[in-house]
Design a protein around this ligand. Structure first.
Ligand code: NBG
Length: 830
């Protein structure tokens, strides 16, 4: 048996094995944790035991930096950013924490000495799927950048027991299964039972006069439970700053009701405790929110009140007066999910801290800033007034009061126009009435931003136009970014070392330094290395695909990838129309010269979104026929990667040759996958939508495949009475493609399966798939031709990477700090 040595006070040379970074310290710490935490010795340890022992070993090193961070903050009392987000998608932690600590190699050697392969342990980790897509992943990139830029920050959210569902593909269709990410425990988190807050629900309010004769309101809820903090340390790259991801979980305030219990109603006694513990149970799997789900409003209120109470507690420890709350904290609302915070902070200040309304409102309006992430009208959250009143009666009163004062201001501003008050009101006065969360967020915030230039402009011109007219100075743009640590260094180590060998390592903390690559873009030797890196990643993805989809793909084919949530506006069906177009061309003309392509799809459909699920079925149905057809063998393959996740993404982005960013112009707020692909040397085929516009500006029009209507043309086309039926009839190639799908060719002769999709495209087509079809096909033909000129393609690929500096989330966070949060770096010494 391998003898573990006791850790505490155990030194190796002059290192403690709890904190040391040398190979020997890590090896001993690993054995120690395996024995004393997992209760195992090496010979009988399972893969999970080893993974956990290593995770604890790494976490020890994080905790050490965490304590130093807290000490520093206690001394300096810095301004702190609080990010409120209902979703986080951090990906697996092990690989990233090793990278940020700079101990990948020493750990690899330490484990190798024990006969363990580090990659097996990294691969074993299940990621927390606490988000749906771009919004949650953006929050995770921001955490990485905040810590790396040494900005004091707390990210608040919900620790869902079940995250985003697992997607299984059965007979070509999506089946959802439960995500049990906590099944084997989560070694990264630290539960804080002493950091817990009361959460009230329902009931009614009561007015009273206090001892000093002040008018007050109290809320008498009919239910109370607890939110408990569960913390995960987030270490910055190359620095000692450890920020906090603080997620709340529910607990019944009393384990069960003893009164009921003593009456002999044992079951009734536990019911209440069961009910409240369901609040943080499960993530809503819609990437655009749906209206009116009671549990969802509960979740939002739950995490918001715990977070605000926590900030008030921290604020008290600083000794600052309550009036200076907004000097200590800047709170960012990640979309409208946490917008109830505006009313909740007012309630805490006015009802519980007995502050005057005006003073409280000043603090509230100086604290919050709001980021909008979508223009889709159906995604603008609203809650029916009756539902709202039944759960949060006091908040409804507060919102009415905020609204009354706000509308007085509006009427003063527009004395002769009544329409403004109605349009701006926080309450939508239809029957039943609704609380408009975006309006609450706008009124309660000092800054409002979109996530890409085009999106911010469209916000000001359309959805939030009246607010923009009223308060133009509140509006800003903050173009999204992604972290190069996760999406280059961690996921594409081969590329990272090539970059470092070629231009030094300064790019890791300042991505604009990648510009230095430009001078190598035409160098044949460098190009050769570049292609070798890409080929390695393509090979790795091919083996993943072989494993997950049982399809073998050609390494030399063009990997044409679309990985993102499945949605009509993202237009995965446009992609499919192109595939079928190529397929038909080959069938009609078997000798035709075609650039071999592998079409790779990934992404989940919301379980209740029938059309999106049908799109998945279509991809698989087409793949099923194409992949078996000998006429196209070696030229076309179509695969759908099941259960796309951050972890799978790490394998996909670096392997892509072509990145599909083909949403209807004006619909995709920003996109962030577009950045991850381009940063890894994929070229983009895309519309002028979201951040595509800026990516194209940066990499150069000649290194980007642009097609399709722009946002203005899209709205003009729709307003002039769009007739997709005429386009279908006017384009023989398109007609034949749609007819091939419609006649059951891809569905074993069943004409019914895809009919809803075809009807939608030919009769309605709200996302202008047919309007953009011809331009898309022509552009894809250019892509095919370009891919055959290897040297030129490689040059474009290099230039894409060289010019992606703007899209580091470090740049985004630096802008938020400068223009919104007024936060500055606070370095931490060990
Ligand atoms: C998404 C947008 C994306 C954007 C991310 C991050 C929502 C509500 N919005 O385009 O669809 O990149 O937010 O900003 O999830």
């Amino acid at each position: 048996m391998t003898e573990p040595r006791r850790a505490i006070n155990q030194d190796v040379g002059n290192e403690s094995i709890r904190t040391g970074l040398s190979e020997e310290s890590i090896r001993l710490a690993f054995l120690d944790n395996l024995f004393y935490v997992q209760g195992r010795f090496l010979e009988v340890a399972s893969l999970n035991d080893k993974f956990k022992a290593l995770a604890y070993t790494v976490r020890d090193r994080l905790l050490h930096r965490w304590v130093s961070t807290i000490h520093t903050y206690q001394q300096v009392n810095p301004r702190t950013v609080c990010y409120l987000s209902a979703e986080y998608l951090p990906g697996p932690f092990l690989g990233n924490n090793l990278l940020t600590l700079g101990i990948v190699d020493s750990t690899r050697r330490a484990l190798a000495g024990l006969g363990i392969n580090l990659d097996d342990l990294i691969e074993h980790e299940e990621e927390p799927g606490l988000g749906n897509g771009g919004l949650g992943r953006l929050a995770a990139c921001f955490m990485d950048s905040l810590a790396t830029l040494q900005i004091p920050a707390i990210s608040y959210g919900i620790r869902y027991e079940f995250g985003i569902f697992n997607q299984v593909i059965k007979d070509g269709s999506q089946i959802e299964t439960t995500d049990k990410w906590l099944r084997y425990g989560n070694p990264w988190e630290v539960r804080r039972p002493s950091i817990a807050y009361n959460v009230k629900l329902g009931g009614y309010t009561e007015q009273y006069t206090d001892d000093q004769g002040h008018f007050r309101v109290r809320w008498l809820p009919n239910e109370t439970f607890h939110g408990v903090a569960i913390d995960t340390p987030i270490l910055g790259y190359g620095v000692n700053t450890v920020n906090l991801l603080r997620l709340w979980t529910t607990e019944a305030a009393e384990a069960f009701d003893f009164h009921t219990f003593n009456r002999g109603d044992y079951e009734g006694a536990v019911v209440r405790s069961v009910r409240s513990s369901t609040i943080s149970k499960v993530l809503y799997p819609n990437d655009e929110p749906e209206i009116g789900k009671r549990l969802r409003l509960l979740q939002q209120y739950f995490f918001v009140t715990c977070s605000l109470q926590d900030m008030l507690r921290i604020h008290r420890t600083t000794g600052m007066s309550l009036e200076r709350f907004h000097e200590k904290f800047s709170i960012q609302l990640n979309d409208t999910h946490p917008a109830i915070a505006v009313a909740e902070l007012m309630r805490l200040l006015v009802d519980e801290q007995h502050m005057e309304w005006d003073a409280a409102w000043h603090i509230t309006q100086s604290t919050f800033a709001y980021t909008n992430h979508t223009l889709m009208p159906e995604a603008l959250e609203k809650w029916s007034v009756p539902l709202f009143r039944s759960l949060l009666p006091r908040h409804l009163e507060i919102i009415y009061e905020i609204n009354a004062r706000f509308l007085d201001e509006v009427r003063l501003r527009y004395p002769f126009e009544s329409g403004h008050a109605e349009r701006l009101s926080i309450i939508d006065e239809t029957d039943p009435r609704y609380v408009r969360m975006a309006h609450l967020a706008c009124v309660g915030s000092f800054a409002i931003n979109g996530v890409a230039e085009l999106h911010s402009r469209l916000l000001m011109e359309t959805v939030l136009r009246d607010f923009y007219d009223l308060w133009p100075a509140k509006f800003q743009n903050k173009t999204n970014g992604v972290t190069p640590r996760h999406f280059m260094m961690l996921s594409n180590p081969g590329l990272a070392s090539l970059l470092t060998e070629t231009i030094g390592s300064d790019w890791k903390n300042d991505l604009s330094n990648l510009r230095a690559l430009e001078q190598h873009a035409d160098d044949p030797t460098f190009q050769e290395c570049w292609r070798r890196v890409k080929r390695e990643r393509k090979k790795a993805l091919a083996s993943t695909i072989a494993k997950l989809c049982s399809v073998s793909i050609e390494l030399d084919s063009l990997y044409d990838v679309q990985a993102k949530r499945i949605h009509e506006y993202k237009r995965q069906h446009l992609n499919v129309l192109h595939i079928v177009t190529l397929y038909e061309r080959i069938k009609l003309n078997p000798g035709i010269e075609i650039t071999p392509r592998t079409f790779i799809f990934g992404g989940k459909a919301a379980p209740g979104y029938a059309m999106a699920k049908l799109m998945i079925q279509l991809v698989n149905a087409v793949g099923d026929v194409v992949n078996r057809d000998h006429d196209v063998a070696g030229r076309l393959k179509v695969v759908f990667l099941p259960n796309f996740s951050v972890k799978l993404g790490y394998g996909v982005y670096p392997a892509a040759d072509l990145s599909q960013q083909i949403s209807t112009a004006g619909k995709e707020a920003s996109g962030t996958g577009n950045m991850k692909f381009s940063m890894n040397g994929a070229l983009t085929i895309g519309t002028l939508d979201g951040a595509n516009v800026e990516i194209r500006e940066e990499v150069g029009a000649e290194n980007f495949f642009l097609f399709g209507l722009n946002a203005e043309e899209v709205s003009r086309t729709l307003s002039e009475g769009y007739r997709p039926w005429e386009i279908y009839n006017g384009n023989p190639e398109l007609k034949s493609v749609i007819d091939l799908i419609g006649c059951g060719f891809f569905s074993h002769g069943d004409r019914g399966v895809f009919q809803p999709l075809i009807d939608n495209l030919t009769r309605n087509d709200p996302y202008l798939v047919l309007a953009d079809y011809a331009a898309y096909i022509a552009c894809q033909d250019l892509v095919s031709a370009a891919y055959r000129d290897t040297a030129h393609w490689t040059r474009m690929s290099i230039l894409n990477v060289a010019r992606m500096g703007k899209f580091s989330s470090d740049r985004t966070i630096a802008e938020y700090c400068r223009d919104i949060w007024r936060a500055t770096p606070t370095p931490v010494e060990l």
